[in-house]
Design a protein around this ligand. Structure first.
Ligand code: SME
Length: 159
């Protein structure tokens, strides 16, 4: 079941979470994160580029990604960019129009909106899911809910 249309529905989100469980079953660490980014990028058409960054000292280090091209932002200081902001705050950030957000670090010309969801372990941010959308306002509160559930699964398989 691949999600269709511009926005995720609640029904699709529920089915995707169940499908993700079987996709990552038995995987841990980086192998699990590789499977998660590929799954999200493949199954949800509005998720144009999907990456997982891991906290590495004072930086975020790109650990796994799936999308049409590589990003030059493979290391982002915590506090910089939308990614660094979300990591520092420990809270999900949704940017509906990246051209209007001064924090935004550009990776792809096609990106119009972005969501960043921290992955936490015992209250500490260990990484984050970063998704770029090629449409304005591609991410709703349902995407937030869905991706926060995905982040909890990623946290459980982190090490
Ligand atoms: N746009 C992000 C940088 C990472 S790329 O989107 C892959 C930011 O503003 O932090």
């Amino acid at each position: 079941m691949r999600a269709t249309g511009n926005r995720l529905t609640r029904e699709q989100a529920r089915e995707l979470l169940a499908r993700l469980d079987s996709t990552v079953a038995g995987l841990r660490g980086r192998a699990s994160r590789e499977a998660v980014v590929k799954f999200l990028n493949t199954m949800v058409p509005s998720y144009s580029w999907v990456g997982i960054y891991a906290v590495d000292g004072a930086d975020l280090l790109l650990d796994a990604w799936s999308g049409p091209s590589a990003t030059e932002h493979t290391r982002i200081p915590i506090g910089k960019g939308v990614c660094g902001f979300a990591a520092k705050a420990g809270k999900t950030e949704i940017v509906s129009d990246v051209s209007k957000d001064p924090r935004y670090l550009q990776c792809f010309l096609s990106t119009k909106s972005e969501i960043v969801v921290p992955i936490t372990n015992q209250g500490a941010v260990v990484g984050e899911i970063d998704i770029d959308g090629d449409q304005l306002d591609a991410f709703s509160s349902l995407d937030r809910e869905f991706l926060e559930a995905v982040a909890r699964k990623a946290s459980n398989a982190w090490a």
